[in-house]
Design a protein around this ligand. Structure first.
Ligand SMILES: [Cu+2]
Length: 135
């Protein structure tokens, strides 16, 4: 009986820890403008006035053999106010189908937009936009 009770409290502890830690880790999946790629971030919430970075993974909507595009440009703005953050955003491809985005510093709370221009070779092919919440 004693064993049963302690394993039950361990289980409750694990459940509480899972619920408590679940608030921050939500990512976001969006399609590129041309519908060719699904891109998923590891978070969609940023802290105000803190320089943050995030990772994006791409997968092809079509052929599994398709080569992931390179980054052609990145902007980070709050459309309701028409301004950017206080650091310069940078994005680069890492590995075959991942992107590292850094320099994301929202200056105020609200709905921010991360816009990535994508290219293949020297040709701009499509774009993708993520809605990020700064709080
Ligand atoms: Cu503003």
């Amino acid at each position: 009986m004693r064993i049963h009770r302690s394993s039950l409290s361990l289980l409750l502890l694990l459940v509480a820890a899972t619920i408590g830690g679940g608030g921050q880790a939500a990512g976001q999946s969006v399609k590129s403008a041309d519908g060719m790629w699904t891109l998923t971030t590891d978070t969609d919430v940023l802290a105000v006035k803190k320089e943050s970075e995030l990772m994006i993974n791409a997968s092809s909507a079509g052929s599994a053999m398709a080569k992931c595009p390179d980054v052609d440009g990145v902007t980070f703005t709050i459309p309701a106010h028409g301004h950017g953050g206080s650091t310069t955003p940078e994005a680069k491809k890492v590995g075959t189908c991942s992107y590292h985005v850094s320099g994301l510093t929202p200056t105020m709370g609200g709905d921010w937009l991360l816009h990535l221009q994508l290219k293949e070779g020297s040709k701009t092919t499509t774009a993708v936009e993520f809605n990020l919440k700064a709080q």
